[in-house]
Design a protein around this ligand. Structure first.
Ligand SMILES: [Zn+2]
Ligand SMILES: [Zn+2]
Length: 399
C-alpha cells in the first residue's frame, strides 16, 4: 500500500463540476487504494457517521482536503453540492449505507456518454448531476444506469488505474463502465419510433421539472400549472408511495400503469410494508414510477400516451390515469395517506383531493392510526415469536 504524505505527491485537480467522492476516488486509484481507505487516511474523522461525502463538508474536512491537494480551501468548498446548489433538496439525495440502495459514495446512476466524454477529454469522472435521483442525463438526453451491463455485481463501482489512465470500473467484473454492455430496457426501441420518441420527450421534460424542483426552482407542470418546488416534490413522494404500496394480494397499483415504453413486465410484488421513497428506487423502477406519475397528473392527451398496450387489455376503458382513478382503486389506508399528503400538493390537485375526500366521508386520522396499529401487529406476526392473533387480522381485512 502506498504511504500517504501531505501534501500528496500526486494530487490530481478536480474537474469542473466533479463530485468530491469522484475526485477523491480517482486520486485513491492513483495510489492503488480503495476510495474509503484513502479517505480514512486523508480525513482521520471520516467514518464518524458521514453519509454523503459530497455535501455539507465541515471546516476541518475542507482544510484537510485543501492541504493534501495544495488547493485554496474555497476551491474545495465550492465543490460541496450545497454550495454549488444552495437550494438543493438534500433529503432527496439517495443515502449510502447498509439499508440504502447506494453501497458507496460512487454507487450512483451514471451516464455512459458522460463517462465517455470525460475519458476523451482528460479523464473519466462523475459529475455532480450523478448525485441527483434522475433516470436521464439531461445533457446527453440519455438513460442513466447504476448497474454494470455485463454482470450483476455485489460490489459498488470503483476507480481503477487501467493502461495508464484512471477509469470507473465494475466492482466485480472490472469492466469499464463507459463501454457499452447489453442494451438497457429502453435502448431497445429504435430512434425512428415516433410514438416512443414522443414519450421519451415528455418524460425528459417532466424529469427536467423534477430536476429543477430538486434544485429549489419553481416549475411549470403540464396539466397542473406553475408550482413551488416543495409542492412538486411532495406530490412525487406521495404518489410514489401510493403506486408502490402493497395490497392484500401482494401486488401494487403501479402494475396497472402501462409500461411498454420501458419494456418491463408490470409485475411489482412487494413482500413487506417497507416504504420505498422515490430517491431510493433503482433507475428502472424510478422511470416506471415517473411515467405513471406523468399519466396521473398530466391532461388526457399526455396521459393516453402512457397508457400502453397492457393498459388497453386491463382497463376496461375507464379513465385509469387520473388521480380520481388512483383514489378509487387504492386501499383505504392509501386513500387516507393521499388525503393527508395532499395538503402539501399544488393547489389544483389539492382541490381535486378535497372533493374526493368529501365524497368518501373517510375519517383520515382514525384510518391512519388503525393502519399503523395493524402494521405493527402484522410485523410482530411476521417477524416475532408471538402467536398470531388471526382473528384480529381478519377483523382488519378492510385494509
Ligand atoms: Zn451524459
Ligand atoms: Zn460487472
Amino acid at each position: 500500500m502506498a504511504v500517504i504524505t501531505r501534501p500528496l505527491p500526486v494530487a490530481p485537480r478536480p474537474k469542473p463540476g466533479e463530485l468530491i467522492s469522484s475526485w477523491l476516488g480517482r486520486t485513491a486509484a492513483r495510489y492503488d487504494m480503495d476510495g474509503a481507505a484513502f479517505r480514512a487516511l486523508l480525513l482521520p474523522d471520516d467514518g464518524q457517521g458521514r453519509d454523503r461525502l459530497d455535501l455539507q463538508l465541515t471546516a476541518g474536512e475542507v482544510t484537510g482536503i485543501a492541504d493534501a491537494f495544495r488547493l485554496p480551501p474555497e476551491h474545495v468548498a465550492a465543490l460541496d453540492l450545497t454550495q454549488a446548489w444552495p437550494c438543493l433538496a438534500v433529503d432527496w439525495l439517495p443515502g449510502v449505507g447498509r439499508k440504502m440502495r447506494a453501497r458507496s459514495n460512487l454507487d450512483l446512476p451514471w451516464c455512459r456518454k458522460c463517462l465517455e466524454e470525460g475519458h476523451s477529454s482528460g479523464g473519466t469522472h462523475l459529475d455532480r448531476e450523478a448525485a441527483l435521483p434522475l433516470c436521464l442525463c439531461h445533457r446527453h438526453q440519455h438513460w442513466r444506469v447504476d448497474c454494470c451491463q455485463h454482470c450483476s455485481p455485489d460490489n459498488p463501482p470503483r476507480f481503477v488505474w487501467d493502461k495508464g489512465e484512471v477509469e470507473l470500473a465494475c466492482g466485480d467484473c472490472r469492466r469499464l463502465l463507459r463501454t457499452p454492455g447489453r442494451p438497457i430496457w429502453a435502448e431497445c426501441w429504435g430512434n425512428d419510433d415516433r410514438h416512443m420518441g414522443r414519450k421519451f420527450e415528455i418524460m425528459l421534460l417532466f424529469e427536467r421539472c423534477l430536476r429543477s424542483a430538486l434544485l429549489g426552482h419553481q416549475v411549470r407542470i403540464e396539466g397542473v400549472g406553475r408550482v413551488e418546488p416543495a409542492e412538486f416534490l411532495a406530490l412525487v413522494d406521495d404518489l410514489t408511495r401510493a403506486l408502490l404500496a402493497p395490497n392484500r394480494s401482494s401486488t401494487s397499483l403501479i402494475n396497472r400503469y402501462g409500461c411498454d415504453f420501458l419494456r418491463i413486465e408490470p409485475d411489482h410484488r412487494p413482500t413487506d410494508w417497507r416504504e420505498r421513497p422515490y430517491p431510493e428506487l433503482g433507475p428502472m423502477t424510478r422511470a416506471w414510477v415517473l411515467s405513471a406519475i406523468i399519466a396521473i397528473v398530466s391532461g388526457e392527451t399526455i396521459g393516453l400516451l402512457f397508457s400502453g398496450r397492457y393498459w388497453a387489455r386491463h382497463s376496461g376503458g375507464d379513465n385509469a390515469r387520473s388521480p380520481e382513478w388512483l383514489f378509487e382503486h387504492a386501499a383505504t389506508w392509501v386513500k387516507a395517506m393521499l388525503i393527508r399528503g395532499s395538503a402539501r400538493w399544488p393547489a389544483p390537485l389539492r382541490e381535486r383531493m378535497r372533493t374526493l375526500h368529501a365524497g368518501s366521508g373517510l375519517d383520515v386520522d382514525d384510518i391512519l392510526i388503525r393502519f399503523e396499529t395493524w402494521r405493527v401487529e402484522e410485523d410482530r406476526v411476521r417477524f416475532g415469536t408471538q402467536r398470531p392473533d388471526w382473528e384480529q387480522l381478519i377483523d382488519w381485512s378492510w385494509l
